[in-house]
Design a protein around this ligand. Structure first.
Ligand SMILES: N[C@@H](CCC(=O)N[C@@H](CS)C(=O)NCC(=O)O)C(=O)O
Length: 222
């Protein structure tokens, strides 16, 4: 089994963390000809990372990949058994991907102050504040994101929060969400106290610093 992508991508990282928690061995590989090469587009017509290769077939979209892995490899299940808790996991994932992550994407596309759309940035900042508060209200206080056991919600939220805190939010003077949202803070501390998550955080932070150094160097080879 192979996963195409780079760990610094939060979408790739959520799959890597899912695999680690489940004890699945997946080789992480950068697409040799790039994301838009004919060979890669034949695997994933969207030309994005991550893309999973399993049993000669290819699957894309990180959330779909995570759920697929959880279903194909039932050990260390990362979806709760009861329907309500499963729905809560999916709600947190959608809140991140469709709302918080989408607005964070607006900021990332406006990193360059010389070409920045100030109105779009202001609107995104306001919405990010709202979505952080909503997410804080959905988290189970002092536990994993959706309860007493780790789930795909933790795997999904963690890399994006690390990226936002280290890169996106400081660039726009947005307060660290862990300083403003008590349940998010308690959640993050809960993960830091868990050896499996702590190991992932350390690994992801190294990948993130590499990405930031590459961006600071003018994205050589891009
Ligand atoms: N919805 C996708 C998003 C994946 C995504 O946007 N990946 C970025 C890297 S962080 C990418 O491949 N960007 C290259 C591109 O869009 O050309 C998922 O969940 O897998």
């Amino acid at each position: 089994m192979k996963l195409y992508g780079s760990l610094a991508s939060p979408y790739v990282a959520r799959v890597v963390l899912t695999a680690k928690l489940k004890g699945i061995d997946i080789a992480l590989e950068r697409p040799a000809g790039g994301l838009k090469s004919p060979e890669f587009l034949a695997m994933n017509p969207l030309g994005k990372m991550p893309t999973l290769e399993h049993e000669g077939r290819h699957l894309f979209e990180s959330t779909v990949i995570c759920e697929y892995l959880d279903e194909v490899f039932p050990a260390h299940a990362l979806m709760p058994v009861d329907a309500w808790s499963r729905a809560r996991v999916r709600l947190l994932v959608r809140l991140l991907d469709l709302y918080l992550g989408a607005e964070s994407g607006v900021l990332i596309r406006n990193m360059d102050p010389t070409t920045r759309d100030a109105a779009a940035v202001d609107a995104a900042r306001a919405k990010i504040g709202d979505y952080l508060r909503i997410m804080d209200g959905l988290l189970v206080p002092g536990a994993f994101a959706a309860g007493l056991a780790p789930t795909l919600a933790d795997c999904t939220l963690l890399p994006s929060f690390l990226l936002m805190r280290r890169f996106t939010f400081p660039a726009f003077g947005i307060d660290d969400p862990l300083a403003t949202q008590p349940n998010l803070k308690a959640w993050f501390e809960h993960l830091q106290a868990d050896a499996r998550f702590a190991a992932f955080i350390a690994e992801y932070e190294v990948a993130l610093e590499g990405l930031l150094a590459w961006i600071a160097a003018g994205r050589p080879g891009a």
